[in-house]
Each structure stands twice: as structure tokens, then as C-alpha cells.
Design a protein around this ligand. Structure first.
Ligand code: SAM
Length: 406
């Protein structure tokens, strides 16, 4: 029987040093990457073209394997860089002293006028007015303490991201987030400020402690589109380990919004939609309206039955049919691009989930297998990893393949 296997999801990472620095629901488990590396001891240079929070990079670096990470989202690129960096004692000391000064400043300065808050739509749905003031004070104090970018500031910004989500009304009870009503649970402003500051300090301590462990392998994080992967400066990759977005309408921007607005990566809803449109599988805001008029380019998906799948979905929704169609055209473009930067004999491992639209099951894993073959890969294999939720047909798979030796 196929099980849900929480140990193969982001949940497994939460208490494991750097891996637990920030929750991203679609992040995969470090176990997935570890097992691939263990079973393929010859691997020397890994590419993750959809790197998200950088799980692949950290595991590779822990195993003294070099790795390049690629993501299109500027916040995730920043975050992965912070996660894979090596920190000197001086950086950690600065971070340590910084937390202390920030907490002292916020606790002692009563009057702060013109506090900046992000321009996120309907902000009080995220944070009550009082909480927002405390968070804005901490953010102000953090930037006052560290006016310019630095490794210590990066670590404290990660702690701050945890804080904004912990004290928000967001509830992660679905594949993405919703809002809970906390209006009856407010403490007095003073008590709450104390609690928030204590939590900021303890999260920062946890992050600083994990940053002490050095990483051995070299990891580069590049902000590019994985449909146009650049050649690495040295050599070619002998392995791809990745989990691309699934065609399930999950929006990364949607889940990452609070961090992206606070840290200045987003300034408006329109910008959020534009970013989602550039990402594979994005459907947030303006991305949805653009899908309505989307037309396929000259590339064809050769998977038998693909046109019927699209036809069936379009009977219920043309937008969703376009969504699925565009997704696979993008993945095809990506696979062609990845093939070019691999050495002969390189192996690729894609962790993907299937999806359902109305009554139509999209066999995502089989379509990936077909696209890999079409692009010249051999030894294509599909394995079930786990069940994704109580609906028994929604599963996660590992699709692997090899670039021919010559
Ligand atoms: C399933 S997540 C990866 C999660 C990652 N394995 C982890 O453990 O955090 C997919 C990632 O693909 C990125 N992405 C989407 N479209 C992209 C594109 N065209 N080029 C590069 N990255 C893209 C998203 O920003 C997201 O971070």
C-alpha cells in the first residue's frame, strides 16, 4: 500500500539545522536528496534547476559535492544563498550582538513615528494593528542596526521572516495558506511585544547556532529561468536532482508573499502576478487572466492522449486547459535546455506529483517520462514515492533518466 510518508516532505526538515530555517510547503525532504546521493556515489557536480529553499544545495554541500542552484524567484535566490553560505565567527558574533541591540531598542524606545509597513493588500487580514506595529518596530530596528547588507543581517532577516509568519493569521492547513480569525486571542500590547521579542531572540539563536556548522561543498545560486539554463563556468553537470512546480495551481508567490513584501522583493499585487506568470505553473492574479488568451507555440507534446486530456479539461474550463498545456510546453523547453548542460552519462531525477482537474487525471509522471525520451534521454524510469493526500490517486513520483554515454 502506498503511504503518505511525511518523512519525504518538508516536515522532515523542520528540526534539522539550516534545513528548518523557513517553511515552504512544496519543499522536499532532505531524505530524497540523501538517498539519491547515497545510491550514486560517483556524482560530483549537481544541478537543481528549480531549487526553491535550496534543500538540494545544502545536502550536496553537507556531502562535499558541488552544486548549482537555479530559481526564478528573487526572494528564494536570496534565501538559498543565505542557507548555503559559510559564516565566520565575526559574522555570528555580529548577529548575536545585533539581536540584543534590536530587542533593547524596541523595548526601550516608546515613540516611533512613520514606521514603514509593507504595501501588502488587506494587511490587517495578516496582522492585527498592534502586532503590525511591533513587527514594524523590529524591522525598523533591524535596518537601523544593519543599514547595509551583511551576513549577520541576512541571518536576522531569516529570523524576522519566521516571526512575521508565526504572528500572522495565516494558517497552513491546505497545500497553501488561508487565514484564521485571531481577534479574540490578543494579549495586551505590552505583553505581546515582550513575547514577540522573546520569540525573535530565540529563533535568531537557533539560526545562528545552525549557521556555525560549516558546509564543505561549493554551492552557487543563480537567478535565471530554467528554460534557459546557462553553461556552468567549469565543466558540465553529471546529475540533476530537482522538484519542479507541479501542475496543481500552487502559487509560490502566494505562499511567499509576506516575506517578499517585508523584505522588499514585492511592492504591488500586479508585480506579484507578473512574477507568477514568469514562473512555470504560476496562476496568481494577472497570471490567470493572461492564461485566458494564451496560445501554444510551435512545440508539440507527443505524449499519446495529451490532446484528449487538454480537450477534456477545456470542456469545463479553457483557462485550466491552457494552464496545463502551457505547463508542459514550459517543461519541454526546460528539458531541452537542461540536456545541453549535462555531461554524457549524466543522470536526472525529477520529483513530481500528478494532478486532477475535474474528472480528468493528468498523468504528470508519464508525460515527464515521455518528454525526457523525446529529448534524447534513455533508461527512463518512474517510481512512486508517496501518496500526497487522502485522495488515493494523487501521488508523488521520482522520474529518472540518463543522458546517453555518447
Ligand atoms: C517545488 S519548488 C522547489 C522546492 C525545492 N525542492 C525545495 O526543497 O525547497 C519549485 C521551484 O521552482 C521555481 N520555478 C518556477 N518556475 C521557474 C523557472 N521558470 N525557472 C526557475 N525556477 C522556477 C519556483 O520559484 C519554486 O521555487
Amino acid at each position: 500500500m502506498v503511504k503518505q510518508r511525511a518523512d519525504l516532505t518538508f516536515k522532515y526538515n523542520l528540526k534539522r539545522g539550516r534545513h528548518g530555517w523557513l517553511r515552504l510547503t512544496p519543499a522536499y525532504s532532505i531524505k530524497v536528496v540523501q538517498q539519491i546521493l547515497e545510491n550514486h556515489p560517483h556524482i560530483t557536480y549537481v544541478l537543481d534547476p528549480f531549487s526553491g529553499t535550496g534543500t538540494t544545495g545544502v545536502v550536496c554541500a553537507e556531502n562535499n559535492i558541488n552544486c548549482d542552484l537555479v530559481d526564478i524567484n528573487p526572494f528564494l535566490v536570496w534565501f538559498a544563498r543565505v542557507k548555503v553560505a559559510n559564516y565566520q565567527n565575526e559574522h555570528l558574533q555580529n548577529a548575536q550582538e545585533g539581536v540584543h541591540s534590536i530587542c533593547e531598542y524596541v523595548a526601550n524606545v516608546t515613540e516611533m513615528s512613520d514606521l514603514w509597513v509593507p504595501s501588502i493588500h488587506n494587511i490587517n487580514r495578516w496582522w492585527s494593528e498592534d502586532r503590525l506595529i511591533v513587527l514594524a518596530k523590529i524591522y525598523h530596528a533591524l535596518n537601523r542596526q544593519f543599514p547595509t547588507p551583511s551576513p549577520a543581517k541576512d541571518l536576522l532577516n531569516v529570523a524576522f521572516c519566521n516571526l512575521v509568519i508565526n504572528w500572522s493569521n495565516a494558517a497552513f492547513n491546505h497545500q497553501s495558506l488561508s487565514f484564521k480569525d485571531n481577534s479574540n486571542q490578543q494579549l495586551t500590547l505590552f505583553d505581546e511585544e515582550q513575547q514577540i521579542l522573546r520569540q525573535f531572540s530565540s529563533i535568531a539563536q537557533r539560526i545562528i547556532a545552525a549557521a556555525r556548522t560549516p558546509l564543505k561543498g561549493q554551492v552557487k545560486v543563480i537567478q535565471v529561468d530554467s528554460r534557459k539554463i546557462p553553461f556552468p563556468a567549469t565543466g558540465t553537470y553529471d546529475c540533476v536532482i530537482t522538484s519542479p512546480p507541479y501542475p496543481n495551481r500552487m502559487s509560490y508567490i502566494r505562499e511567499l508573499r509576506p516575506y517578499m513584501y517585508w523584505l522588499g522583493y514585492l511592492k504591488s499585487g500586479r508585480e506579484a502576478g507578473e512574477l507568477d506568470w514568469q514562473a512555470i505553473g504560476g496562476t496568481w492574479g494577472i497570471a490567470t487572466s493572461k492564461l485566458k488568451t494564451w496560445q501554444p507555440n510551435e512545440q508539440r507534446i507527443s505524449f499519446p492522449g495529451f490532446d484528449e486530456i487538454i480537450g477534456e479539461i477545456s470542456q469545463r474550463s479553457l483557462t485550466l486547459a491552457n494552464y496545463v498545456h502551457r505547463y508542459f510546453i514550459d517543461i519541454l523547453t526546460h528539458i531541452k535546455s537542461v540536456y545541453a548542460v549535462l555531461s554524457p552519462g549524466a543522470e536526472v531525477f525529477y520529483i513530481v506529483g500528478n494532478s486532477r482537474f475535474y474528472n480528468t487525471l493528468v498523468p504528470v509522471e508519464q508525460i515527464y517520462a515521455n518528454l525526457l525520451e523525446t529529448c534524447g534521454f534513455v533508461d527512463v524510469d518512474v517510481r512512486i514515492l508517496r501518496k500526497r493526500n487522502s485522495k488515493k490517486e494523487l501521488l508523488e513520483f521520482m522520474v529518472s533518466a540518463k543522458k546517453p554515454e555518447s
